[in-house]
Ligand binder design. Sequence first.
Ligand code: FAD
Length: 471
Amino acid sequence: MLIHWFRRDLRLRDNTALLAAADASGGAVIPVFIFDDAILGGRFASPARTQFLLDSLTALDGELRSLGLHLVLRRGEPLTTLMALLRESGAHGVTWNRDYTPYAVQRDSTIKRELRAAGYRAESYKDAVIFEMNEVVTAAGQPYTVYTPYAKRWRARLESEPVRVQGVPELTAIPLPASDPLPALNDLLPTAPTSVPRFATGETAARAALEHFIHNAIANYATARDLVAIAGTSRLSPYLRFGVLSPRQCVVAARAAPSGPGPESWIGELIWREFYIQVLYHFPHALRGSFKPVYDRIVWPNDPALFAAWQQGRTGYPIVDAAMRQLQQEGWMHNRARMIVASFLTKDLLIDWRWGERHFMHLLIDGDPAANNGGWQWAAGTGTDAQPYFRIFNPVSQGQKFDPDGAYVRRYVPELAGVPTRYIHEPHKMPPSEQVRAGVQIGRDYSAPVVDHATQRLRALELYRSATRAD
Ligand code: FAD
């Protein structure tokens, strides 16, 4: 009998370590999830994500119950909890799928060592990624720090080692230790009904969402992915974040779709996901500071009033405000919008990217240390193959390009609903008579721009330049 320790792999299908546990034990597997207080209340704690986790665990428990089993829940420090469960159940070891964040790597290596020292079996498996941290490296065996060559190598390896999807393991309905009830965690859950996640939970719903995307949107993904008002992307990120879907299920489904730029471009995004996972694994310092340490010298002005305006979606730049309100309301934000608001926070408001990183982690259901840190450092120009710092998004032209008729702005910033399209991304330019017709007075019903983009652009350039000049 073996314990399978579920962490970021909340599904029964195509679950590598669960399959291995079932194989090795003749199906006698104790399915366990441990609420680790160090994560629940840690610096990146998130009510919306905690809610999604609880819902996903309920769904996983339902899947297990249909097989005559149930999820065994515990709350506590993972090693102590696993040791207690091993003693209580008589199981002879534990399996789990690897997690690559700095915290998880350290925790898991201690647990593996201690379990083995106590005479138990302890095995971890590759599951959350297609390729392991040392499987896509340079000819010299070094990790890649630039996406394009990494992606090329990744794709070449996929050609020579095609992936496949496995089913649900044969599990035997053995007597299981009693489960603790699902903890209330009231202090960690959303208080406002607006932050209730809009994602159906459970692996059946996740697979349906994948199928929907493959049948309806993947063909046009390469062009539609940047248009913020439409459902041109998969919205699978929460499922991938918690392992409700496996990356193999995604890659196999994309490759089974009619070939074209859409599936290729989408696989490119799954590669970004793995790129940032391996960056953080090999360069854990990036979680606390700039990937390129020279940028830690930037002295950010960090104006708290501007930060609050950004958080609340009242900067006077409609595309930024729409995106920040989408995040508040849905716990999710379109990728193009993430890039725009991250650039705006750092290069227009001159606020440390780590403030934005923390705010995103607090609200995003898909909040993931590697992807979020990578995205923020990319936008701030402090990261791996980040766009150079001197390329600065103009929030007005970004809005005009990626929300051309203003549908996204009108959806999330209803006070601008009546604004004519030619002013929708710069409503402060409306003459007073036009404001009356549009039913909005700028400065009263909707903020005037809190900063001037052209001025701030020059200030940002000087800020970055002075940091790199300091040698
Ligand atoms: P799709 O376009 O359908 O892409 C499919 C999957 O690929 C996504 O679900 C995701 O798992 C992965 N993916 C796509 N783009 C990226 C990317 N640039 N980096 C890493 N993985 C990617 N993604 C997160 O999953 N969690 C985060 O916390 C996160 N924070 C971000 C912060 C910033 C500042 C930026 C610019 C991007 C961030 N991203 C993050 C990446 C990206 O915005 C989301 O993955 C994407 O918007 C999710 O929507 P989707 O599922 O429809 O993506």
